[in-house]
Design a protein around this ligand. Structure first.
Ligand SMILES: [Zn+2]
Length: 103
């Protein structure tokens, strides 16, 4: 079971964006990477197109290794370690500190 998935709120715990919080926009489970909104931004030059009518430089998120991320627990108010718990034969993710269940 993946501990981090799309839509999760995570905290960056290492690298140049350490301390930033964001939402997982996309997961790449094969390589243990994820794209987090506003994290690991790089500038990219783009040509004029429908999407970018002015062309020029845009900022895009590059995937970040999930070992640099922690799930944000709203109850603890910070990044937390995630445990897996069995509930009626269904696996659920819980906060190891306070037991908060993640959707
Ligand atoms: Zn917690």
């Amino acid at each position: 079971m993946q501990k981090i998935k799309k839509g999760d709120n995570v905290v960056v715990i290492a690298g140049k964006d350490k301390g930033k919080r964001g939402e997982i926009l996309k997961c790449f489970p094969q390589v243990d990477k994820a794209i987090v909104k506003g994290v690991n931004l790089v500038r990219k030059a783009v040509k004029k197109s429908k999407e970018h009518p002015n062309g020029g430089l845009i900022e895009i998120e590059k995937p970040i290794h999930i070992s640099n991320l922690m799930l944000f627990c709203p109850k603890c108010g910070k990044g937390t370690r995630v445990g897996i718990s069995l509930e009626k034969d269904k696996k659920v993710r819980i906060c190891k500190k306070c037991g908060n269940k993640f959707e």
